[in-house]
Design a protein around this ligand. Structure first.
Ligand SMILES: [Zn+2]
Length: 143
């Protein structure tokens, strides 16, 4: 593990900063640990943003690079994939903490939608299983 990544995980308490999932609670949880980048590489690469990024709270006077400690947060795979390269529209005027908070609020709303879909699928599978069991035990009679 890279030193910046160890430091980021210690700073974030070994939890996903968005959903709070304890990434060291079990091996399977640990396996989903990812570094989320607050300011995506596509913006870091823009020369016209260089001055702004150098003075931005995210980089705190350090090097403006993708894996800078301030640019990385600990996230679970679910939150990181759901977030993707999204960044709050007014990120330029926000502090690092405000960007993290805005990401969290958006992810919670998206998560609710995914959880509803999950519950719908569980219900559907449960109904199918019940009807299959009825057929297998001869509960369905034929003419
Ligand atoms: Zn998460």
């Amino acid at each position: 593990m890279e030193p910046w990544w160890i430091e980021a995980q210690l700073r974030d308490g070994g939890r996903c900063v968005y959903c709070g999932f304890h990434l060291y609670a079990a091996f399977e949880a640990y396996w989903t640990t990812q570094a989320d980048h607050l300011i995506p590489q596509r913006l870091i690469a823009l020369p016209e943003l260089n001055g702004l990024l150098q003075s931005h709270d995210v980089f705190r006077g350090g090097p403006v690079e993708r894996d800078a400690l301030g640019n990385c947060v600990t996230a679970c795979t679910f939150c990181n994939q759901l977030k993707g390269g999204w960044i709050p529209p007014d990120w330029e005027r926000m502090t690092r903490e405000q960007i993290v908070d805005a990401n969290r609020v958006r992810l919670i709303a998206l998560r609710v939608r995914h959880e509803r879909e999950f519950l719908r699928r569980v219900e559907m599978l449960s109904q199918r299983r019940t009807s299959m069991e009825r057929s297998a035990t001869g509960a369905v009679t034929r003419g």
